[in-house]
Design a protein. Structure first.
Length: 150
């Protein structure tokens, strides 16, 4: 892991540790419609579709890592296979993000009660606790949707 990955992991874990598991789940619930709304309001351009596909792909990939924390077999992969097509419209991507976030919330509600000692590996950040993953998923989508324009 790079020093930047270590720095981001430590930041993520500190931010997650400052919130209860219930708060982390509530953050995911609250930010979902806001992110989906930004998708829906964004212009249907290749740049925006690329950003939206990236956000959805990372969220789906992160779900797979949460499933690992819940006992599924670890699969070392990249997020690319989880990305939807950029041929989808922004409206379709908004709907897909909303569905994906619903799945994330369901997983989060199950995983939130796991002990903090349970981790799942992130390719760049190393092992993240379940609270760390929940914070990461929420902050990634919220941060990255700022790339969407008009």
């Amino acid at each position: 892991m790079t020093w930047i990955g270590n720095l981001i992991r430590n930041y993520t874990e500190r931010r997650a540790a400052g919130q209860s598991p219930g708060q982390l789940v509530e953050n995911l619930i609250a930010s979902g419609p806001a992110v989906a709304g930004k998708f829906a309001r964004a212009a249907d351009t290749p740049r925006n579709r690329e950003a939206a596909a990236h956000i959805i792909g990372i969220e789906r990939w992160s779900q797979r890592r949460l499933r690992t924390a819940l006992g599924d077999v670890m699969v070392r992969d990249e997020y690319d296979g989880y990305r939807p097509s950029t041929d989808l419209s922004m409206t379709e991507l908004a709907e897909l993000f909303a569905q994906t976030r619903e799945q994330t919330v369901a997983l989060a509600q199950t995983a939130a009660n796991l002990p903090d000692s349970v981790t799942a590996p992130h390719n760049d950040l190393g092992d993240l606790s379940v609270p760390g993953w929940l914070y990461y998923m929420d902050s990634h989508a919220t941060r990255e949707c700022m790339r969407l324009r008009g």
